[in-house]
Write a protein that binds this ligand. Structure first.
Ligand code: AMP
Ligand code: MG
Length: 424
């Protein structure tokens, strides 16, 4: 194996992404499109709204009718028509007249403004009094305000969020062209491991990595398959790995280090996987390897539970997102202030599990304060359960002082907070 070793996180990400492209395109119904990525450009097929419509329940009128001398009596207008949403107005509004109009209803000929009902006083069924003027165009949504026919409204590579779904519905995209989702297989390795379904044995180590990786892939909307646990035996491992290579992406945890029973990398190579790199200068996560066949990506992830999860975050996630057609491959980062000093050993990029809270929000300091979740051992499973984000300590850095600023990478649940967080 002549793979590159001891590279930086970014160099490793770059090598991975050189080998990844978006998968083939397929068609899904709009009901199943959430979380998928558009593979086509979408244009508006109509003006929306289709005509000038009222933005309020009120009266459509001629704004000039409301211009009065100071101290003059309020204007009185005759109501000549009732227009509901979906109606087509039949009358033209003449001077001294208005039409009762509902939100979304077309503005009748002759009217150039709408006044909301709360600013009027009804004198009779067909007579309304209005004591204040309105500008031309008041409370009218002009034709094509939301979208114009022929306009590009969505481009390929757009993730279909809850904001995108109604746009697709508006342009009548009942069937959407999206990128196919990667098929992901997950394999655990190690003689010491106990399957979730196996009888409890106090001597064994419960397999948590399979479920960590499963959940991380599920967070992306994928449906990963668990292949089970392979023992540290080259032949048994080869059988499992062969099955895994039928998938678009194979995630193997454990057995990728330097121990004499760490067979994963040599066995992958024997099965024809081209190994591109091994070992990245990061903590946790050092013994991570990446390889490809002509149809699969293979990630040999470290066995330590936190290392495996952090390597998924840094390496597997951007690859899967690119396969899914996304343009945005990386999680959002923020700047946070450290709540306490942090020691670090220089030489490797460190990812520290942190909890984020809102700071005092002083203008000269970032609004977020980061505090360690505690035990940062690569086996400390609870540190990931509690973390909102991974705080990045650059490789050259020997530690950070309390109050220092640092970049944090949000984890999925870290995009939420306990309070709305805005003033109004
Ligand atoms: P390895 O990379 O195989 O040397 O494993 C490193 C550490 O991670 C060992 O303490 C293993 O017991 C542990 N480990 C490996 N695989 C898993 C797994 N699937 N679930 C939980 N812990 C694991
Ligand atoms: Mg092992």
């Amino acid at each position: 194996m002549n793979e590159t070793t001891n590279l930086s996180v970014k160099a490793a990400q770059a090598i991975i992404l050189q080998h990844v492209k978006a998968l083939a395109v397929e068609t899904v119904g709009l009901e199943a499109a959430l979380g998928r990525v558009l593979a086509e450009l979408i244009r508006a097929n109509r003006d929306q709204p289709p005509s000038d419509v009222s933005a309020m329940d009120g009266f459509a009128l001629r704004s000039a009718d409301l211009l009065r001398e100071p101290g003059a009596a309020p204007a009185r207008l005759t109501v000549v028509e009732d227009i509901m949403a979906g109606d087509r107005p039949v009358k033209t509004v003449l001077p001294g007249q208005c039409a009762r109009i509902m939100t979304g209803a077309p503005v009748p000929m002759g009217a150039d403004a709408v006044i909301r009902v709360e600013d009027t006083r009804s004198l009779a069924e067909d007579m309304v009094e209005i004591g204040r003027p309105v500008d031309v165009g008041n409370d009218i949504r002009p034709r094509g305000d939301a979208m114009r026919q022929g306009e590009v409204v969505l481009t390929a590579g757009t993730e279909i969020t809850s904001g995108v779904v109604p746009v697709l519905a508006t342009v009548k995209c009942a069937q959407v062209r999206v990128y196919r989702q990667p098929r992901v297989a997950i394999l655990a390795t190690g003689n010491e491991l106990e399957a979730l379904s196996a009888a409890f044995d106090p001597e064994k180590i419960p397999d948590s990595n399979s479920y960590a990786l499963m959940a991380q892939a599920q967070e992306l909307g994928l449906e990963p398959v668990l292949l089970g646990i392979a023992r540290d035996d080259a032949q048994e491992l080869a059988q499992f790995l062969r099955r895994g290579l039928d998938y678009d992406v194979l995630l193997v945890s454990g057995g990728s280090s330097v121990g004499v029973h760490d067979h994963v990398r040599p066995t992958l190579a024997e099965l024809g996987v081209t190994m591109h790199f091994w070992r990245v200068e990061m903590r946790p996560g050092h013994p991570v390897a990446f390889g490809t066949t002509d149809r699969s990506l293979v990630f040999a992830l470290p066995g330590n539970p936190v290392s495996s999860m952090v390597c998924f975050e840094q390496f597997v996630l951007p690859a899967l997102r690119r396969m899914m057609g996304n343009r945005r491959l990386f999680r959002r980062t923020l700047t946070a202030t450290l709540a306490h000093p942090l020691k670090a050993r220089p030489g490797r990029t460190e990812f520290v599990r942190v909890v984020l809270t809102r700071g005092a929000g002083r203008e000269d300091s970032p609004a977020w304060v980061a505090a360690s979740t505690g035990n940062q051992s690569s086996g400390a499973l609870l540190s990931m359960a509690q973390a909102d984000a991974l705080l990045v300590v650059p490789a050259a850095c020997a530690g950070l002082a309390a109050g220092a600023t640092a970049t944090v990478v949000l984890l999925d649940g870290g995009a939420f907070q306990s309070e709305p967080g805005f003033e109004e």
